[in-house]
Design a protein around this ligand. Sequence first.
Ligand code: CAA
Length: 281
Amino acid sequence: MKKIAVVGAGTMGNGIAHVFAQKGFAVNLIDSNASALEKAINTIDKNLDRQVNKGTINAEDKVIALQQITTFTSIEIGVSDVDLVIEAATENSEIKKSIFKQIDSFAKPECILATNTSSISITQLAAVTARPSKVIGMHFMNPVPVMKLVEIINGKETSETTSNTIVELTNQLGKIPCVVQDAPGFIANRILMPMINEAIHAFSEGISDAATIDQIMKLGMAHPMGPLQLADYIGLDVCKNILDIMHNGFKNDKYAPCPLLIKMVEAGKLGVKTGEGFYKY
Ligand code: CAA
């Protein structure tokens, strides 16, 4: 693989584009919103600067990486000549299905279609395409340039060749692939989100304040961020969406989002991105 496309220029999309460009891949970064593309390039520029300042890359590597990225507002043009498309759009299954249909109709027949979804069924997304054996989950973690894990999710129809190709590609990126089967929340969020939800329950019951809950998990469990700080960082709307998908998918109330989480999302307190969640930013 030499050329890839990333659909969606938000936090995950720009991080994925950053990592591929830095490893020498040509990247078409696609978003229907031109200002989102401009913002994404600025973010990648700043994050590459962090690496230059740390000495992990030099100033020339930064310039080369940025030159690898071309932006597009059209899916039709952006995916036409690439070997892999990674969809990193909004975490909503109807939006993702519609994007997958478009990508499938404009990408080369041999192109692999991956999704960075954090919990939506790969099998369902694959079913809207004419190439289900070439559809796979490639779940990166935020911040993408820093986190080593890529959770690789095989849908029901994903071929062994597709899965092996994506495992090899993940290694080439300097990341560590962990392969799992398709189920709501896969593994990462099936375990992470109930922990975050439980922390919100404990907070809402007044068992302790947010900072103490986070401190307990940081000091006692060696987590880099406590669960409430991490929820703010991920986005409370994203946490609620993932819990809803697991709650509906497993039909098990243990995944039901805590009422306080629902209220905070309704109030627009989504965490870092809106300036307030469990903490103020
Ligand atoms: N790009 C490049 N480098 C970055 C970066 C970015 N976006 N963000 C941070 N860094 C680098 C910093 O430059 C710094 O490098 P050095 O240590 O070599 O100097 C390093 O990462 C640590 O950053 P900071 O010093 O700014 O801050 P920190 O030590 O508090 O670490 C953190 C920040 C890496 C985010 C750390 O707090 C952490 O690991 N938090 C947990 C993150 C996590 O759990 N992510 C998964 C979320 S779940 C998810 O993404 C999936 C889902 O489906 C919901």
